[in-house]
Design a protein around this ligand. Structure first.
Ligand code: FAD
Ligand code: NAI
Length: 328
């Protein structure tokens, strides 16, 4: 019987590793604490349609990722998003067009990881609390007290703070992961029945509690019934207001949005707030992956490279490559 490789996390890093390992002839078994895939690239179903509350879009600069995104495009999982871009600084709103190609999942961000999951063995709603080694193989303990295994190797593809505990069997890797601080982001969605009177479709914001805002309906394939906006607070504001109630966060960021538009804004017909505790690594690293090849333990994720979708995908590829090479 083939002993499979366990992958913890079905964000883009875990699925990137899963895909590369499967292509190399390995069998993988995935676990995620959430009810669906995507992690920070997931989409939330709401009364205002499907909303991308995490990653807003992504860019592809590395040749390998460019090729992969082209494959996703041919599968119909992604489409280009060319918003009317603005920047807001010192109270001034200006058009800020550029030549950058930006990609989004279609018809929602989660379409990408949903597509990558096809045919893979995955267990959702399963939070892994411990990764331990038996005489020969690895086993996983979950929060319900169940044990999973045996596994030949384990790839941990969660944000660094969640990876630290799972890496206890490899203290050096655990220490490296523990050193990576991740900043939070408060995200708010506001939906208006009457479209706001502004040409903005995406805006990079400075000198405000806001960091970014996007008009959902400008993305390809989205529900256009309501004029829905996604607002992201800065890391600093999010940290300072980490324990604020969702209602208060919505009120604050709604106010910052009104200030940016210099208009009295109508009350939204729908609003929600989501707190990403581990939104982005506070510092960059060039590790690619963390590996103890002799033990058979690997960690990957955006925090091992750039804190972006591309970095997370490349990190998953790197973990898979290192694991496969060690077996040759
Ligand atoms: P994740 O997506 O976090 O996946 C980790 C998975 O592990 C999750 O599904 C989680 O449920 C699971 N998990 C965690 N612990 C356990 C456990 N103990 N047991 C089982 N499962 C577990 N990037 C861009 O390129 N462009 C952007 O515009 C952009 N905007 C962003 C905006 C926000 C608000 C946020 C939060 C992120 C943004 N990013 C953006 C960053 C991008 O989303 C991430 O870099 C990327 O999605 C990280 O992928 P990952 O697979 O490394 O981790
Ligand atoms: P990118 O090249 O579009 O943007 C990189 C940065 O360049 C932007 O943050 C912005 O400051 C600036 N910029 C780019 N185009 C601009 C324009 N037309 N006008 C004014 N400023 C412009 O995308 P890249 O490099 O792929 O970055 C991903 C984005 O994801 C970044 O904006 C980053 O802030 C965001 N992100 C947000 C996270 C969060 O938790 N809120 C986490 C990780 C990434």
């Amino acid at each position: 019987m083939t002993v499979p490789i366990a992958i913890i996390g079905t964000g883009i890093a875990g699925l990137s590793a899963a895909q590369a390992l499967t292509e190399a002839g390995h069998t993988v078994q995935l676990f995620d604490k959430s009810r669906g895939s995507g992690g920070r690239m997931s989409s939330k179903r709401s009364d205002a349609g499907s909303l991308d509350l995490g990653a807003q879009y992504f860019t592809a600069r590395d040749r390998r990722f460019v090729t992969e995104v082209q494959r996703w495009q041919s599968q119909g999982w992604v489409a280009e998003w060319a918003p009317q871009l603005y920047s807001y600084q010192g109270g001034q709103l200006n058009m800020s067009p550029d030549e950058q190609t930006r990609w989004v999942g279609a018809p929602r961000m989660s379409a990408i990881t949903r597509g990558l999951l096809d045919g893979l063995n995955v267990q959702f709603a399963c939070r892994i609390t411990e990764v331990f080694r038996g005489e020969q193989h690895w086993h996983l303990q979950d929060a319900e007290g169940f044990t999973h295994g045996p596994f030949s190797h384990v790839v941990i593809a969660t944000p660094a703070p969640q990876a630290t505990a799972l890496l206890a069997a490899a203290p050096k890797l655990a220490a490296a992961a523990a050193g990576v601080k991740m900043d939070p982001t408060w995200a708010v969605a506001l939906a208006f029945e009457t479209p706001l009177d502004t040409p903005i479709e995406g805006c990079f914001v400075q000198d405000s509690p806001l960091d970014w805002l996007a008009r959902n309906r400008s993305k390809p394939g989205r529900d256009t019934t309501l004029d829905t906006w996604v607002l992201h607070a800065t890391s600093a504001w999010s940290r300072q207001h980490i324990d604020l109630s969702k209602e208060a966060v919505i009120e604050h960021l709604h106010g910052a949005f009104a200030e940016l538009l210099h208009s009295a804004m109508p009350a939204p017909t729908f609003s929600l707030a989501h707190r990403w505790l581990y939104a982005r690594p506070a510092t960059g690293h060039e590790w690619g992956t963390l590996a103890d090849a002799d033990l058979g333990l690997y960690a990957c994720g955006d925090w091992c490279l750039s804190g972006r979708v591309e970095g997370a995908w490349l990190s998953g590829q790197e973990a898979a490559r290192r694991l496969h090479e060690h077996l040759q």
